[in-house]
Every structure is written in C-alpha cells, then in structure tokens.
Design a protein around this ligand. Sequence first.
Ligand code: SF4
Length: 267
Amino acid sequence: MTDSVKTIEVLIDNLDGDFDAFAERLKAEQIPHLSFSQITTVEACQYRYYLQYVLGLDPEPLPDYFTKGKLFHQMVAAFYRTETGKRDDVRTRAFQVLADDNTGESRRHLENAYLVHIDHCWQDYEVISVEKPFVMAVDPALPPCVGVIDLVLRKDDRIILVDHKTGRDFYPHDELQMSIYVEYMRRMFQDASYEFYYDQYRWVNNLSRIRKPAFQRSGVRITSCNWDSALERIRRAWRLIARIQETKQAPRYGECFRCPYRGTCRR
Ligand code: SF4
C-alpha cells in the first residue's frame, strides 16, 4: 500500500490548486484509498457503499443539498484565500454568482449562510491552509487514508483545524473525522497543540425570523487515545469494504428515509 501513498502524494502536488478535482482523480485513476466518507457510508449501509463507491453511481435525483453544500464550501474557501482587506470584493463576486446561477430558496439559503459566515469568520487568525488535501499511511495492511481539511489557522502557538458543515439542522459530530485530521497534523508538525472546531451552518430562508441560531461552533477535545479507537474503526470498515469489492454483493440496511440513494436502491 506504500505505492498508493506515493502515487497520491504526486497527485496532490500536481493538482495545481484545483482541490475539488482530488476525489474525482482518485476515482478516475482507481488509486486505492480510504476516506472518512467511505468509512461512514459502509457503516451506515453496505449497499449504499456498493452503489456509490463500487458502481460509482450518483444519487438520482441529485439532492440539492449536495450542490448547495459544495457551493458554500467554495465560497468560504475563496473568502479565506483572500487577504483580509480584499474580502468585500469576494463577497460581491460570490453574491453575483449566486444571483446568476441560483434561484428561490437555494439562493436565499446560500446568501444567508454566507452572511452568517461573515459574522462568525475567524478574524485575526493566520490562515495556514484552505482545503488542504492529504494522504496518510495508517496500517501496512490497509490503503492509505485521504482527506481534505477545510481550514487550518494559527494564533500564537495554537493550531486550529476547522470543518464546515451545512444542513437543515445541526447534527452531532463524528470523532473519527477529527481523529484522522489531527493524527495527520501531528505527524506533520509534531510539537504543536491542536484545537478542532466544527462550524455548522443551518439553511435558513429569512435571518430576521429564525427561532433558533443559524450557526453553531463546537470545539472538540482530542485525546491521545482517540487514534487507537479510530484505527480500530478504520480496520473494521476496511474488512467490510474488501468483502464488498471481492464479492460485488452487499446487504441492504440503514436509515433508508434519509438515504440519498433510495431512488436508485429499490430499482
Ligand atoms: S435506501 Fe436503504 S438499503 Fe438502500 S442504499 Fe439507502 S440505506 Fe441502503
């Protein structure tokens, strides 16, 4: 599996800033890897894993939260990639793109989330990286883990990792994601201390009429034992994935009412 690490490192070096292309290139070039999304998908439903990662199908119809969430991430990434003094221009351009490409509710959701983001953005922090792709060997018997860290900041001797989430509501976080990210950061910059935050944005139509907050920031404590339990979870998921890849069969289960693949699954 070491070859995969080297192949993915070269891929990252050649992405030329187009980090949206990371997942597509891994898929197109069939480079063995594991990601947080793959692991949580196979845990939720093995058949969904089969549809999504073995057959490579997109959900039909494509839920609008897929495209909305992706667009919001791109807007926030553009914001943090821009020097503080020029961020008003970024906002103007972002709203212009929304006006041109989105209508009705989607546009209101995105505009409101962006306004909320500006109110809660990480001011006075040094931006170390935005949408940072990485690869990390985790176990000689497993494919390497890959991921993209939304935002890495620094203030004095603190390193702050931020993940942006969007949705109709705020959802509980999953420690596996931050354990993978923090393990990677620890290997890169051994001596620093890390803090991890989820910045969650709720889609709202009208900011002046909401009864509960449109934004929630939650910090997560990472302890040294997190990586051991994370690794055990990764190994369990890999055993399921390897079996699905070998047999091309997977049981159907899971919370179908919230599964984006339910239209495809029952055909
Ligand atoms: S609809 Fe249900 S059984 Fe089908 S892929 Fe989704 S979770 Fe699995």
